[in-house]
Design a protein around this ligand. Structure first.
Ligand code: BGC
Length: 360
């Protein structure tokens, strides 16, 4: 739907923009994009798609990456406002830290789109483009149980009497998504903790004890190493919230001897369908990931911003879930897709997200 709409808009608007350029060069509207980090390919792909799609609509784009540093992003958003952007698309680092700058943007009449991560504590945010984050967690929890054999491929309980040792990791506490993913996963896993099908050797399950600040792969790997050194029980599964952390967890597991026929790797989940993780899935190491097509997300966010500037009302499909502490932000939620060795080709190759060559 968005793709068709955008294609139509792109061609109509491009013709208009090109015509305008002939008579009035340099009149392109300025769009500012603030992104969290280049350390994960998902955000690099997001940035490229947002930039390309804004440029296709004739915008002059400034894109700034904050490398997961909160003060840097606050400063960058300020810089974009000072540059005179007419639209802000923001993938936040800390969803609560931007309030003062966003007040300034609002006073200057700049529409603000929260990109993938909810911007909290600010009434200045106009729209939110994201995936169904609760569903991401549901899919991660389901994938863990399927990998363990507690659920079958169709998602039905196998009624196993076995007990499985698992450890749980969550994302960054300053990213609203992290809690939503965790809650989604727990909605699936909790009954199996309660009936002791799942056992946690470390005993750590509360969000605060398992959250990894800044989604840092290094911190995630360190936590895995310390969990492994404190316990000799064989681990059967790890709920990991994001591919970068998943790969660090797998490295630590291999360091202590997992990954052989005698001691197979536990079922490790992930998120983002990052190239190295899809390769790991193909190699039989990481068990699953969640594919969130960044091209679609970029389309939604760009179209939202563009429509506001055109005096139109963007389409949303959720007006209840995302209360940012000041107001409920009208949102468009895209559907995430669970990817395993069984469906990776259809999911990420046939959709053109990666080429077969990239995966080999
Ligand atoms: C995104 C995830 C990503 C994580 C770490 C979250 O806000 O929704 O897709 O894995 O940040 O970058």
């Amino acid at each position: 739907m968005f793709r068709r709409l955008l294609a139509a808009l792109v061609s109509a608007t491009l013709i208009a923009a090109l015509a305008a350029c002939g008579s009035n060069e340099g009149s392109a509207q300025k769009a500012g994009v603030a992104m969290p980090t280049t350390t994960s390919d998902r955000w690099v792909k997001d940035g490229e798609a947002v930039q390309a799609q804004l440029e296709a609509l004739g915008y002059d784009v400034t894109m700034l990456y904050a490398e997961d540093d909160v003060p840097t992003q606050v400063e960058q958003v300020g810089q974009l406002i000072d540059e005179g952007v007419e639209l802000l698309i923001i993938g936040s680092v800390d969803g609560t830290a931007l309030k003062a700058e966003l007040d300034r943007a609002e006073a200057a009449g700049i529409p603000i789109i929260a990109y993938d991560r909810l911007i909290r504590d600010s009434g200045a945010v106009d729209y939110y483009a994201t995936f169904d984050n609760f569903q991401v967690g549901v899919q991660q929890g389901t994938a863990l149980l399927q990998g363990l054999g507690v659920l079958d491929a169709a998602g039905a309980p196998t009624n196993t009497n076995d007990t499985f040792n698992v450890e749980v990791f969550a994302g960054s506490p300053d990213d609203n998504n992290a809690t939503v993913f965790y809650n989604g996963a727990m909605s699936i896993l909790q009954p199996y903790f309660d009936n002791n099908t799942l056992n946690i050797p470390s005993g750590e399950l509360a969000f605060d004890t398992v959250a990894i600040q800044a989604w840092s792969a290094e911190t995630g790997g360190q936590r895995m190493a310390s969990l492994l050194s404190g316990n000799s029980d064989t681990l059967d599964g790890v709920l990991s919230p994001y591919d970068g952390i998943s790969r660090a967890i797998i490295d630590e597991l291999k360091n202590v001897g997992y990954g052989t026929a005698a001691k197979p790797l536990p079922t490790v989940t992930g998120q983002d369908a990052e190239l190295d993780s899809v390769k790991s899935i193909v190699a039989g190491e990481q068990d699953s990931t969640i594919y969130k097509d960044t091209r679609q997300l970029a389309e939604v966010a760009v179209l939202m911003g563009h429509q506001i500037l055109q005096g139109q009302t963007p389409e949303v499909n959720d007006t209840a879930s995302y209360d940012n502490g000041v107001k409920v932000i009208p949102s468009y939620l895209l559907s995430p897709l669970l990817v395993t060795a069984d469906n990776y080709r259809a999911a990420v190759v046939e959709t053109g997200y990666y080429t077969e060559d990239q995966l080999s």
